[in-house]
Design a protein around this ligand. Structure first.
Ligand code: GAR
Length: 216
């Protein structure tokens, strides 16, 4: 399965995907990395993995639609069949998303549908919730919306800073996203309505508590 990765910045999730795909038996092949920002640090990482890169800046286009069309054309030219958004911070219009329906994955640093949008960790800390986490999901035209493939939750600690919480969540993003991509490439993900069915053995763990009192 040939796939494109869209980034806007650091590219650590992109890197996790590229490293996973470097395994010789991996069924997914990255064919292009596109950034909407010329100074995205992830571009150099992609090049070091030998993946072609392209900058398509939204600033060079008169409308969202024109930008989306340029993205679409570049992705088609690359031969990609699937798109992974990896810290891509532009909203894609409904027309683009519908053209690629059930073929765009995204990772978001919260337990969706809670905390869509930006500054998730700051808002989690302000609200005093006890768990946060991350979500890998199929993309729909509404922001951070769509059928959920995987979620991982992490405890929010009393002395957390945004950076500490972000790092704890990010470590799980780097595990979940490559796993979702692999299952997608193996044809083991099926979208049914608003849910994703996984054709793979699953182990589900019960009952977490945060914070957890000492129990004698
Ligand atoms: C990641 O935490 C990702 O979940 C988030 O941006 C960060 C990008 O980091 N994405 C979103 O907030 C999308 N709504 P990375 O460039 O190192 O992968």
């Amino acid at each position: 399965m040939r796939f494109a990765i869209l980034i806007s910045g650091r590219g650590s999730n992109m890197q996790a995907l590229l490293e996973a795909c470097a395994a010789t038996d991996h069924p997914a092949k990255p064919v292009i990395v596109i950034s909407n920002k010329a100074d995205a640090a992830g571009l150099a990482i992609a090049e070091s993995h030998g993946v072609p890169t392209k900058v398509i800046s939204h600033r060079d286009y008169p409308s969202r639609q024109a930008f989306d069309d340029a993205l679409h054309d570049a992705i088609i030219d690359s031969g990609a069949e699937v798109i992974c958004l990896a810290g891509f911070m532009r909203l894609l219009e409904a027309e683009f998303v519908d053209r690629w329906r059930d073929r765009i994955l995204n990772v978001h640093p919260s337990l969706l549908p809670a905390y869509r949008g930006l500054h998730t960790h700051q808002r989690v800390l302000e609200d005093g919730v006890r768990f946060s986490g991350c979500t890998v999901h199929f993309v729909r035209s509404e922001m951070d919306e769509g059928p959920i493939v995987f979620q991982a939750c992490v405890p929010v600690r009393a002395d957390d800073t945004e950076d500490a919480l972000a790092a704890r969540v990010l470590a799980w993003e780097h595990k979940l996203y490559p796993l979702a991509l692999r299952l997608m490439a193996e044809g083991k993900l099926r979208v049914e309505g608003s849910r994703v069915l996984l054709d793979t053995p699953l182990r589900v763990q019960d009952g977490l508590m945060s914070p957890c009192p000492e129990i004698a």
